[in-house]
Design a protein around this ligand. Structure first.
Ligand code: SF4
Length: 360
């Protein structure tokens, strides 16, 4: 088990004594910090190696990456302003908030020279006394050693988590999504991340058309084998302006039905270890952009139905979990396999001109 977990392991398992059916993120943060913690989403102007040609062009089939172009990004608000605005918005919505996490969300938020990443992340942590940490969304093939060392250093004083776009453990599914990385990159990234002071979250998509129920359960078992600290589960959904959106409109691809998703999700969570935090159980998009499935907008209903399904079965998260034969902490640390194309793209391009901090 990771060293930082030991003082926190009681917080991670307390949900079982509270009569909950799963280890929900909001409740966990409340226990850890003694009050409500809200994420504030930041678009720092990064692009993605799957869009700019480093590993591929076009991006993932579900991702609306048109906004990643430099011409659009120059109009972005500076990181500092986004944080201030985001904090004010949250404060208007909730009367009691104990702290904030700066969430670097769109694009690949480790795709820049490490010195520039240090500037951005340190700025975000220093801008407001109530910012308790960072969450950094990225691809598993874009975390060279220098980046992991930087994040580890930041995690010595703050709560930091890396959210890895795992999506599936099946390479055929990753190809279908045009991810332009393989599952071996995910294994490599998590094996090099484990045991450091930051937390790791796996972003997984359920409902990929070619995946059987058994294949999705294999992904659940891999989460436990690899030793993630948290998961974020999304149903596959299609938005306008994406290759997936076009295929759905043409009737070539179908999205998972509500009942199938509900049962698959509960089956999945039954295989997830109890100490793993569940950060999300579905994904959606603004109604104007969403093509399908429309049911993903009914988030409260889904949450209630999931709880009811657990109670009907008499199970909870982890009920069908079998601990892996090799403890994740005993897995060897492999050499870094970050693709050379990504390293050289960062090197040749140098500082990303569109990243904005304060008064540049
Ligand atoms: S890797 Fe992430 S940011 Fe890049 S195209 Fe795919 S979903 Fe979009």
């Amino acid at each position: 088990m990771k060293s930082y977990l030991s003082p926190d392991i009681e917080n991670r398992l307390a949900w079982q004594q509270e009569g909950q059916v799963m280890n929900s993120f909001g409740a966990f943060l409340k226990r850890r910090h003694g009050g409500r913690i809200q994420r504030v989403s930041i678009d720092a102007g990064f692009t993605c190696p799957n869009v700019d040609g480093a590993v591929a062009r076009g991006g993932c089939n579900f991702c609306d990456n048109r906004s990643f172009s430099p011409s659009r990004r120059v109009r972005l608000q500076k990181v500092a302003e986004q944080l201030e605005t985001g904090i004010q918005t949250v404060r208007r919505r909730y009367s009691k908030v104990s702290g904030f996490i700066a969430y670097f969300q769109p694009a690949t938020n480790t795709y820049a020279p490490v010195e520039q990443l240090a500037e951005i992340f340190e700025l975000a942590l220093s801008i407001h006394p109530e910012i308790v940490g960072l969450a950094i969304g990225t691809r598993p093939d874009c975390v060279p050693e220098s980046v992991l060392s930087l994040i580890e250093k930041l995690a010595a004083t703050h709560e930091v988590s890396i959210e890895y776009g795992m999506q599936s453990i099946h390479d055929d599914s990753l190809r279908w999504m045009n991810r332009a990385h393989r599952h071996e990159h995910m294994i490599n990234a998590i094996d090099r991340s484990r045991g450091r002071k930051f937390e790791t979250c796996a972003h997984v998509i359920l409902g990929i058309p070619s995946e059987t129920h058994g294949m999705m359960m294999e992904t659940a078992e891999e989460i436990s084998r690899l030793g993630f600290d948290a998961i974020k589960l999304h149903n596959l959904y299609a938005v306008k302006g994406t290759p997936l959106g076009t295929e759905v409109l043409e009737g070539k691809v179908e999205m998972m039905e509500y009942q199938t998703y509900l049962h698959t999700l509960v089956d999945f969570l039954e295989r997830i270890p109890p100490h793993v935090i569940v950060e999300r159980i579905s994904g959606d998009a603004p109604p104007d952009f969403l093509i399908a499935p429309k049911w993903c907008l009914r988030k409260s209903e889904l949450r209630l139905d999931i709880e009811n399904e657990f109670r009907r079965r008499g199970t909870i998260q982890g009920s069908c979990w079998t601990p892996p034969s090799v403890q994740p902490s005993a897995r060897p640390i492999p050499p870094d396999i970050t693709p050379e194309q990504i390293r050289s793209h960062i090197e040749q391009r140098g500082r990303l001109p569109v990243l904005k901090l304060q008064d540049q």
